[in-house]
Design a protein. Structure first.
Length: 427
């Protein structure tokens, strides 16, 4: 059955109302009727009450999305004819792609899929996943035939959590469809909300590949800077000073060293390497960058321990304050945060670690990582302080951060929150 070619006939359903799905649903909800579906009852209740706990969408913006309806009732999706899937695509404990949320979402849609319907995926995957992994599920559950009875597309998310400048509507959007007509319709639909414009890729696989290499490239660039930081630390050279000097050349890329976590940069490369190995190629450079970035928590801990020993401060039993737990500044997102690597490494030394983060949910930190977040640091109590995340609240404290330390303590600034003369250690 041929799908509609008129965007005005689209009845839109968005599956997954997290960091990616909600901003998208809200933008569409300002212009048309949208069914927003999620399996998290607490999430639906909060949104119906007018608040987004991720802070990606303000309460005022939620009120402007007058066409958006939130639900966890599958029957409310039955009248839709165009579905957008925005569920997470994490990795498992062995760093292998975990497609189970994507497969589950496809199964849910398959129960209400009808002839002529279109299903678009935004979740980051390896090239081929949409057609090779998701379409068979839709076919099996619905009893319909892909590209005969129903159609598909791919438009990778480009959400940057915590970024109030680069929003869903102001970032150029890649689109793709399983047939030329479907690709055109998908592109036109997204064009309703994307003021930055769209780029229609030649195929779904091209769009999938484009997305997965965006963060792979960033991961490798950060890995290079992390390795340079390790080298310069051994040479007694300030890494930030080197980067500032090198940055005076117009084409030097402004990356900085640090912990690489979050839902994208620390995860997406494993999707590409998984697919590469499945077709018989071992990706050496990508995996080398991943290994280096994954070891940065251990490196930071070793640097701190050495500094404590030089100050004749006993590591075992030391009180250490870690400031920041989220994966990036000014954002409550704890997904795949690598700050936990430092906390766990310090626990292996039998140090007593307090974690303080005004942005993070104490309940989520306990649930995801088994970590308790303190309400406020105790002045004059700590043998070491680690500035792990550059929240504005920490920047405003400036040198007053020292006040949390004992008379003799070590201050390690991972994020260049302080000046070069204000910290004992910098990455």
């Amino acid at each position: 059955m041929t799908p509609t070619k008129d965007p005005s006939e689209i009845k839109l359903g968005i599956i997954g109302l997290g960091y990616v799905g909600l901003p998208l649903a809200v933008e569409f909800g300002k212009r048309r009727k949208v069914v927003g579906f999620d399996i998290n009852a607490a999430r639906i209740a909060a949104l119906n009450a007018g608040h987004d706990s991720t802070l990606e969408v303000s309460d005022d913006e939620l009120r402007l999305a007058t066409g958006l309806r939130y639900t966890m009732d599958l029957s409310n999706l039955a009248n839709c004819n165009f579905y957008i899937v925005t569920v997470p695509t994490p990795i498992d404990e062995h760093k292998r792609p975990d497609l189970s949320p994507l497969i589950k979402a496809s199964g849910i849609i398959g129960k209400v899929l009808k002839k002529g319907d279109i299903v678009v995926y935004e979740s980051t995957v390896y090239p081929g996943a949409t057609e090779d992994d998701c379409m068979p599920v839709l076919e099996s559950v619905s009893g319909l035939k892909f590209n005969v009875d129903f159609y598909a597309g791919y438009s990778p998310e480009r959400i940057n959590p915590g970024d109030k400048l680069h929003r869903v509507s102001t970032i150029k959007k890649i689109t793709a469809g399983s047939t030329p007509d479907v690709a055109e319709l998908i592109d036109r639909l997204y064009g309703e909300i994307i003021v930055a414009g769209t780029h229609k890729a030649s195929s779904i696989k091209v769009a999938e590949a484009a997305k997965v290499i965006e963060n792979t490239q960033r991961d490798l660039n950060i890995a290079l800077i992390n390795e340079l930081a390790i080298i310069f630390n051994r040479m007694g050279i300030d890494t930030e000073a080197v980067l500032e000097a090198a940055g005076t050349k117009w084409n030097f890329l402004p990356f900085r060293p640090g912990l690489v976590g979050g839902h994208c940069i620390g995860v997406d490369p494993y999707y590409l390497t998984h697919k590469a190995m499945a077709i018989g190629y071992h990706p050496e450079i990508i995996l080398a960058g991943r290994r280096l970035n994954d070891r940065m928590g251990a490196y930071v801990t070793s640097q701190l321990v050495k500094a404590l020993i030089r100050r004749r401060i006993h590591v075992e039993g030391a009180r250490i304050l870690v400031m920041g737990l989220t994966f990036k500044e000014n954002c409550p997102d704890l997904r795949n945060t690598r700050v936990v690597d430092i906390v766990r490494e310090l626990a292996d030394y039998n140090a007593n670690v307090d974690v303080y983060d005004p942005w993070a949910s104490a309940e989520e930190a306990q649930k995801e990582y088994g970590l308790a977040i303190i309400k406020a640091p105790q002045p004059g109590a700590y043998d070491a302080i680690i500035l792990a995340v550059a929240h504005d609240e920490f920047r405003e404290l400036g040198g007053a951060v020292r006040g949390f330390g004992k008379e003799e303590h070590v201050l390690y600034d991972l994020k260049y929150v302080l000046g070069p003369d204000q910290a004992d250690l910098r990455l």
